[in-house]
Design a binder for this molecule. Sequence first.
Ligand code: UT7
Length: 324
Amino acid sequence: MILRSRIVGCGSYLPERVVSNAEMARMVDTSDEWIVERTGIRSRHLAAEGQSTSDLATAAAQRALQAAGITGAEVDLLVLATATPDHTFPATATKVQSRIGMTGGAAFDIQAVCSGFIYALSIADNFIKAGQARTALVIGAETFSRILDWTDRGTCVLFGDGAGAMVLRAEAQPGTNQDRGILSTHLHSDGRHHDLLYVDGGPSTTQTVGHLRMEGKEVFRHAVSNLAQVVGEALEANGLKADDITWVVPHQANRRILDGTARKLGLPPERMVVTVDRHANTSAASVPLAFAEAVNDGRLKSGDLVLLEAMGGGFTWGAALVRL
Ligand code: UT7
Protein backbone atom coordinates (compact mmCIF):
# COMPACT_ATOMS: atom_id res chain seq x y z
CA MET A 1 0.00 0.00 0.00
CA ILE A 2 1.10 3.58 -0.65
CA LEU A 3 -0.18 7.00 0.44
CA ARG A 4 -2.22 8.89 -2.14
CA SER A 5 -3.92 12.32 -1.98
CA ARG A 6 -7.69 11.98 -2.36
CA ILE A 7 -9.68 15.06 -3.34
CA VAL A 8 -12.38 15.10 -0.64
CA GLY A 9 -13.92 18.52 -1.28
CA CYS A 10 -13.76 21.52 -3.57
CA GLY A 11 -15.18 25.02 -3.74
CA SER A 12 -14.91 28.23 -5.67
CA TYR A 13 -15.77 31.89 -5.54
CA LEU A 14 -16.35 34.48 -8.27
CA PRO A 15 -16.77 38.20 -7.55
CA GLU A 16 -20.31 39.48 -8.12
CA ARG A 17 -19.53 41.97 -10.85
CA VAL A 18 -19.82 40.49 -14.36
CA VAL A 19 -18.33 42.52 -17.20
CA SER A 20 -19.49 41.72 -20.73
CA ASN A 21 -17.51 42.14 -23.94
CA ALA A 22 -19.84 45.00 -24.83
CA GLU A 23 -18.74 46.80 -21.67
CA MET A 24 -15.07 46.14 -22.56
CA ALA A 25 -15.75 47.69 -25.98
CA ARG A 26 -16.70 50.92 -24.21
CA MET A 27 -13.25 50.99 -22.52
CA VAL A 28 -10.92 50.01 -25.39
CA ASP A 29 -11.10 49.70 -29.17
CA THR A 30 -12.46 46.15 -29.36
CA SER A 31 -15.67 44.29 -30.14
CA ASP A 32 -17.67 41.33 -28.88
CA GLU A 33 -17.11 39.66 -32.28
CA TRP A 34 -13.30 39.94 -32.08
CA ILE A 35 -13.09 38.69 -28.49
CA VAL A 36 -15.48 35.75 -29.05
CA GLU A 37 -13.87 34.70 -32.32
CA ARG A 38 -10.25 34.91 -31.10
CA THR A 39 -10.72 33.66 -27.51
CA GLY A 40 -14.23 32.29 -26.85
CA ILE A 41 -14.57 34.77 -23.95
CA ARG A 42 -18.00 36.40 -23.51
CA SER A 43 -17.71 37.83 -20.00
CA ARG A 44 -15.50 37.91 -16.92
CA HIS A 45 -15.95 38.56 -13.18
CA LEU A 46 -14.03 41.46 -11.65
CA ALA A 47 -13.29 42.00 -7.95
CA ALA A 48 -15.00 44.93 -6.24
CA GLU A 49 -12.97 47.85 -4.98
CA GLY A 50 -11.33 46.80 -1.73
CA GLN A 51 -11.89 43.10 -2.42
CA SER A 52 -8.50 41.39 -2.39
CA THR A 53 -7.07 38.03 -3.40
CA SER A 54 -7.28 36.78 0.21
CA ASP A 55 -11.02 37.59 0.29
CA LEU A 56 -11.64 35.50 -2.83
CA ALA A 57 -9.35 32.73 -1.56
CA THR A 58 -11.04 32.59 1.86
CA ALA A 59 -14.51 32.31 0.32
CA ALA A 60 -13.41 29.45 -1.97
CA ALA A 61 -11.55 27.74 0.89
CA GLN A 62 -14.59 27.87 3.18
CA ARG A 63 -16.75 26.26 0.51
CA ALA A 64 -14.16 23.53 -0.07
CA LEU A 65 -13.89 22.81 3.67
CA GLN A 66 -17.67 22.64 3.91
CA ALA A 67 -17.86 20.24 0.96
CA ALA A 68 -15.20 18.07 2.64
CA GLY A 69 -17.09 18.21 5.94
CA ILE A 70 -14.09 19.42 7.92
CA THR A 71 -13.01 22.57 9.75
CA GLY A 72 -9.94 24.68 9.11
CA ALA A 73 -8.46 23.38 12.37
CA GLU A 74 -8.02 19.96 10.73
CA VAL A 75 -5.87 21.34 7.88
CA ASP A 76 -2.13 20.89 8.41
CA LEU A 77 -0.92 22.31 5.08
CA LEU A 78 -2.20 25.28 3.07
CA VAL A 79 -0.63 26.03 -0.30
CA LEU A 80 -1.96 29.07 -2.12
CA ALA A 81 -1.05 29.75 -5.73
CA THR A 82 -1.21 33.38 -6.78
CA ALA A 83 0.63 35.93 -8.89
CA THR A 84 -1.47 38.73 -7.38
CA PRO A 85 -0.86 38.51 -3.62
CA ASP A 86 -2.43 41.00 -1.20
CA HIS A 87 1.04 42.25 -0.20
CA THR A 88 4.64 41.62 -1.14
CA PHE A 89 4.84 39.81 2.20
CA PRO A 90 3.72 38.00 4.27
CA ALA A 91 2.16 35.29 2.14
CA THR A 92 -1.54 35.66 1.32
CA ALA A 93 -1.80 32.03 2.51
CA THR A 94 -1.15 33.07 6.12
CA LYS A 95 -4.02 35.59 5.96
CA VAL A 96 -6.33 32.84 4.71
CA GLN A 97 -4.94 30.48 7.36
CA SER A 98 -6.07 32.77 10.18
CA ARG A 99 -9.48 33.39 8.61
CA ILE A 100 -10.35 29.71 8.29
CA GLY A 101 -9.26 28.93 11.84
CA MET A 102 -6.23 26.87 10.89
CA THR A 103 -3.86 27.20 13.83
CA GLY A 104 -1.20 24.56 13.22
CA GLY A 105 0.79 23.29 10.28
CA ALA A 106 2.24 25.49 7.53
CA ALA A 107 0.76 27.95 5.06
CA PHE A 108 2.66 29.49 2.18
CA ASP A 109 2.23 30.98 -1.30
CA ILE A 110 3.67 29.63 -4.50
CA GLN A 111 4.03 31.52 -7.75
CA ALA A 112 3.87 29.90 -11.17
CA VAL A 113 1.30 32.28 -12.69
CA CYS A 114 -1.32 30.35 -14.72
CA SER A 115 0.28 26.99 -13.85
CA GLY A 116 0.21 27.93 -10.16
CA PHE A 117 -2.59 25.60 -9.15
CA ILE A 118 -0.91 22.55 -10.74
CA TYR A 119 2.33 23.51 -8.95
CA ALA A 120 0.48 23.93 -5.62
CA LEU A 121 -1.32 20.62 -6.08
CA SER A 122 1.95 18.88 -6.86
CA ILE A 123 3.62 20.33 -3.75
CA ALA A 124 0.71 19.32 -1.50
CA ASP A 125 0.59 15.84 -3.06
CA ASN A 126 4.28 15.36 -2.40
CA PHE A 127 3.92 16.49 1.24
CA ILE A 128 1.10 13.96 1.65
CA LYS A 129 2.95 11.12 -0.08
CA ALA A 130 5.99 11.81 2.13
CA GLY A 131 3.84 11.67 5.26
CA GLN A 132 4.55 15.31 6.15
CA ALA A 133 0.89 16.40 5.86
CA ARG A 134 -2.42 14.55 6.18
CA THR A 135 -4.99 17.17 5.23
CA ALA A 136 -4.03 19.84 2.71
CA LEU A 137 -5.94 22.82 1.42
CA VAL A 138 -4.81 23.87 -2.06
CA ILE A 139 -6.03 27.21 -3.39
CA GLY A 140 -5.65 29.15 -6.63
CA ALA A 141 -6.74 32.78 -6.24
CA GLU A 142 -6.17 35.86 -8.38
CA THR A 143 -7.15 39.47 -8.89
CA PHE A 144 -5.54 39.97 -12.31
CA SER A 145 -7.73 43.04 -12.83
CA ARG A 146 -5.23 44.85 -10.55
CA ILE A 147 -2.26 44.20 -12.86
CA LEU A 148 -3.91 44.79 -16.23
CA ASP A 149 -3.11 47.75 -18.42
CA TRP A 150 -6.70 48.86 -19.06
CA THR A 151 -5.55 50.79 -22.15
CA ASP A 152 -4.02 47.70 -23.83
CA ARG A 153 -6.76 45.93 -25.78
CA GLY A 154 -4.40 43.05 -26.55
CA THR A 155 -4.41 41.93 -22.88
CA CYS A 156 -7.14 43.61 -20.82
CA VAL A 157 -10.01 41.74 -22.51
CA LEU A 158 -8.49 38.34 -21.70
CA PHE A 159 -8.45 38.10 -17.91
CA GLY A 160 -10.81 37.87 -14.94
CA ASP A 161 -10.74 37.46 -11.15
CA GLY A 162 -11.72 34.44 -9.04
CA ALA A 163 -10.63 31.65 -6.72
CA GLY A 164 -10.94 27.89 -6.39
CA ALA A 165 -9.87 25.41 -3.73
CA MET A 166 -9.53 21.68 -3.07
CA VAL A 167 -9.11 19.68 0.13
CA LEU A 168 -6.75 16.70 -0.10
CA ARG A 169 -6.61 13.86 2.40
CA ALA A 170 -3.98 11.15 2.78
CA GLU A 171 -5.36 7.69 2.06
CA ALA A 172 -3.63 4.32 1.70
CA GLN A 173 -4.14 2.81 -1.76
CA PRO A 174 -2.81 -0.35 -3.45
CA GLY A 175 -0.36 1.56 -5.69
CA THR A 176 -1.71 0.84 -9.17
CA ASN A 177 -3.03 3.07 -11.97
CA GLN A 178 -6.55 2.13 -10.80
CA ASP A 179 -5.96 3.84 -7.42
CA ARG A 180 -8.21 6.65 -6.24
CA GLY A 181 -6.54 10.03 -5.74
CA ILE A 182 -3.71 11.87 -7.47
CA LEU A 183 -1.86 9.33 -9.63
CA SER A 184 0.97 11.69 -10.61
CA THR A 185 1.89 15.32 -11.22
CA HIS A 186 4.32 16.69 -13.81
CA LEU A 187 5.91 20.14 -13.68
CA HIS A 188 8.07 22.03 -16.18
CA SER A 189 9.50 25.50 -16.64
CA ASP A 190 11.69 27.25 -19.17
CA GLY A 191 12.94 30.65 -18.06
CA ARG A 192 14.23 31.56 -21.53
CA HIS A 193 10.69 32.67 -22.38
CA HIS A 194 10.38 35.19 -19.55
CA ASP A 195 9.83 38.14 -21.89
CA LEU A 196 6.84 36.64 -23.70
CA LEU A 197 4.56 36.93 -20.65
CA TYR A 198 5.55 38.98 -17.61
CA VAL A 199 4.68 41.92 -15.36
CA ASP A 200 6.83 45.00 -15.88
CA GLY A 201 7.07 45.88 -12.18
CA GLY A 202 8.05 44.40 -8.85
CA PRO A 203 9.50 45.24 -5.43
CA SER A 204 13.16 44.75 -6.28
CA THR A 205 13.13 46.30 -9.75
CA THR A 206 10.70 49.20 -10.13
CA GLN A 207 9.18 49.34 -6.64
CA THR A 208 5.80 49.41 -8.39
CA VAL A 209 3.28 46.64 -8.95
CA GLY A 210 3.52 46.90 -12.74
CA HIS A 211 1.31 45.70 -15.58
CA LEU A 212 0.95 42.43 -17.44
CA ARG A 213 2.71 42.31 -20.82
CA MET A 214 2.23 39.50 -23.32
CA GLU A 215 3.25 38.45 -26.81
CA GLY A 216 -0.04 36.60 -27.30
CA LYS A 217 0.75 34.83 -30.56
CA GLU A 218 4.04 33.41 -29.27
CA VAL A 219 2.46 32.28 -25.99
CA PHE A 220 -0.32 30.60 -27.95
CA ARG A 221 2.16 28.68 -30.11
CA HIS A 222 4.11 27.36 -27.11
CA ALA A 223 0.95 26.58 -25.12
CA VAL A 224 -0.46 24.01 -27.53
CA SER A 225 2.82 22.12 -27.96
CA ASN A 226 3.87 22.25 -24.26
CA LEU A 227 0.46 21.09 -23.11
CA ALA A 228 0.35 18.19 -25.54
CA GLN A 229 3.87 17.18 -24.36
CA VAL A 230 3.05 17.22 -20.64
CA VAL A 231 -0.26 15.42 -21.10
CA GLY A 232 1.54 12.67 -23.03
CA GLU A 233 4.10 12.48 -20.22
CA ALA A 234 1.39 12.11 -17.55
CA LEU A 235 -0.41 9.35 -19.46
CA GLU A 236 2.79 7.46 -20.19
CA ALA A 237 3.94 7.64 -16.55
CA ASN A 238 0.76 5.81 -15.53
CA GLY A 239 0.49 3.38 -18.43
CA LEU A 240 -2.76 5.02 -19.53
CA LYS A 241 -4.08 6.28 -22.89
CA ALA A 242 -5.92 9.46 -23.88
CA ASP A 243 -8.99 7.25 -24.34
CA ASP A 244 -8.94 6.40 -20.62
CA ILE A 245 -9.49 10.06 -19.66
CA THR A 246 -13.07 10.80 -18.61
CA TRP A 247 -12.65 14.58 -18.33
CA VAL A 248 -9.95 17.17 -18.99
CA VAL A 249 -10.04 20.20 -16.68
CA PRO A 250 -7.66 22.57 -18.47
CA HIS A 251 -6.38 26.03 -17.66
CA GLN A 252 -8.81 28.39 -19.34
CA ALA A 253 -6.81 30.88 -21.43
CA ASN A 254 -8.38 30.66 -24.84
CA ARG A 255 -11.05 28.41 -26.38
CA ARG A 256 -8.80 27.85 -29.39
CA ILE A 257 -6.01 26.50 -27.13
CA LEU A 258 -8.51 24.09 -25.53
CA ASP A 259 -9.72 22.89 -28.93
CA GLY A 260 -6.14 22.59 -30.24
CA THR A 261 -5.08 20.51 -27.22
CA ALA A 262 -8.16 18.26 -27.53
CA ARG A 263 -7.36 17.73 -31.22
CA LYS A 264 -3.72 16.85 -30.47
CA LEU A 265 -4.85 14.33 -27.85
CA GLY A 266 -7.52 12.92 -30.12
CA LEU A 267 -10.16 13.70 -27.48
CA PRO A 268 -13.66 14.92 -28.34
CA PRO A 269 -14.04 18.57 -27.24
CA GLU A 270 -17.14 17.54 -25.21
CA ARG A 271 -14.80 15.89 -22.70
CA MET A 272 -13.18 19.27 -21.87
CA VAL A 273 -14.62 21.32 -19.05
CA VAL A 274 -14.91 24.85 -20.46
CA THR A 275 -15.46 28.00 -18.38
CA VAL A 276 -13.37 30.48 -20.36
CA ASP A 277 -16.54 31.85 -21.98
CA ARG A 278 -17.84 33.11 -18.60
CA HIS A 279 -14.68 33.42 -16.47
CA ALA A 280 -12.03 34.48 -19.03
CA ASN A 281 -8.47 33.67 -17.92
CA THR A 282 -8.28 33.69 -14.10
CA SER A 283 -4.66 32.44 -14.05
CA ALA A 284 -4.04 30.11 -11.06
CA ALA A 285 -7.75 30.10 -10.20
CA SER A 286 -9.00 28.75 -13.51
CA VAL A 287 -8.39 25.01 -13.00
CA PRO A 288 -9.98 24.76 -9.51
CA LEU A 289 -12.84 27.04 -10.64
CA ALA A 290 -13.59 24.76 -13.59
CA PHE A 291 -13.15 21.66 -11.43
CA ALA A 292 -15.62 22.91 -8.80
CA GLU A 293 -18.15 23.87 -11.46
CA ALA A 294 -18.03 20.38 -13.02
CA VAL A 295 -18.26 18.65 -9.62
CA ASN A 296 -21.22 20.80 -8.57
CA ASP A 297 -23.18 20.28 -11.81
CA GLY A 298 -22.62 16.51 -11.61
CA ARG A 299 -20.30 16.08 -14.61
CA LEU A 300 -17.33 14.88 -12.55
CA LYS A 301 -18.19 11.68 -10.71
CA SER A 302 -16.55 9.27 -8.35
CA GLY A 303 -14.23 6.93 -10.28
CA ASP A 304 -13.65 9.31 -13.21
CA LEU A 305 -10.11 9.72 -14.52
CA VAL A 306 -9.50 13.47 -14.68
CA LEU A 307 -6.60 15.27 -16.29
CA LEU A 308 -5.71 18.75 -15.03
CA GLU A 309 -3.28 20.84 -17.11
CA ALA A 310 -2.02 24.42 -17.36
CA MET A 311 0.59 26.64 -18.96
CA GLY A 312 1.64 30.15 -18.01
CA GLY A 313 4.30 32.84 -17.65
CA GLY A 314 7.87 31.79 -17.01
CA PHE A 315 7.14 29.71 -19.01
CA THR A 316 5.73 27.18 -16.59
CA TRP A 317 3.51 24.23 -17.45
CA GLY A 318 2.26 21.08 -15.84
CA ALA A 319 -0.35 18.36 -15.54
CA ALA A 320 -1.91 16.11 -12.91
CA LEU A 321 -3.80 12.84 -13.41
CA VAL A 322 -6.41 12.13 -10.74
CA ARG A 323 -8.89 9.32 -10.24
CA LEU A 324 -11.83 10.72 -8.26
O1 UT7 B 1 -2.71 32.03 -19.42
C1 UT7 B 1 -1.41 32.29 -19.86
C2 UT7 B 1 -1.30 31.97 -21.23
N1 UT7 B 1 -1.86 32.96 -22.11
C3 UT7 B 1 -2.35 32.58 -23.24
O2 UT7 B 1 -2.41 31.39 -23.44
C4 UT7 B 1 -2.74 33.56 -24.30
C5 UT7 B 1 -2.33 33.02 -25.61
N2 UT7 B 1 -2.61 33.89 -26.73
C6 UT7 B 1 -3.86 34.14 -27.20
O3 UT7 B 1 -4.84 33.69 -26.62
C7 UT7 B 1 -4.01 34.91 -28.48
O4 UT7 B 1 -2.77 35.07 -29.08
C8 UT7 B 1 -4.67 36.30 -28.28
C9 UT7 B 1 -6.13 36.12 -27.98
C10 UT7 B 1 -3.97 37.05 -27.17
C11 UT7 B 1 -4.56 37.12 -29.57
O5 UT7 B 1 -5.11 36.42 -30.66
P1 UT7 B 1 -4.33 36.39 -32.06
O6 UT7 B 1 -5.20 35.65 -32.99
O7 UT7 B 1 -2.97 35.81 -31.77
O8 UT7 B 1 -4.29 37.91 -32.48
P2 UT7 B 1 -3.03 38.89 -32.66
O9 UT7 B 1 -2.39 39.17 -31.35
O10 UT7 B 1 -2.18 38.37 -33.74
O11 UT7 B 1 -3.77 40.17 -33.16
C12 UT7 B 1 -4.45 40.20 -34.40
C13 UT7 B 1 -4.99 41.59 -34.63
C14 UT7 B 1 -3.97 42.69 -34.45
O12 UT7 B 1 -4.23 43.68 -35.41
P3 UT7 B 1 -3.33 43.79 -36.74
O13 UT7 B 1 -1.94 44.03 -36.25
O14 UT7 B 1 -3.51 42.46 -37.41
O15 UT7 B 1 -3.97 44.94 -37.44
C15 UT7 B 1 -4.25 43.23 -33.08
O16 UT7 B 1 -3.89 44.60 -32.94
O17 UT7 B 1 -6.02 41.85 -33.65
C16 UT7 B 1 -5.74 43.10 -32.99
N3 UT7 B 1 -6.24 43.01 -31.63
C17 UT7 B 1 -7.51 43.32 -31.30
N4 UT7 B 1 -8.55 43.74 -32.02
C18 UT7 B 1 -9.73 43.94 -31.38
C19 UT7 B 1 -5.57 42.61 -30.51
N5 UT7 B 1 -6.40 42.67 -29.46
C20 UT7 B 1 -7.59 43.10 -29.91
C21 UT7 B 1 -8.85 43.33 -29.29
N6 UT7 B 1 -9.86 43.75 -30.07
N7 UT7 B 1 -9.04 43.14 -27.98
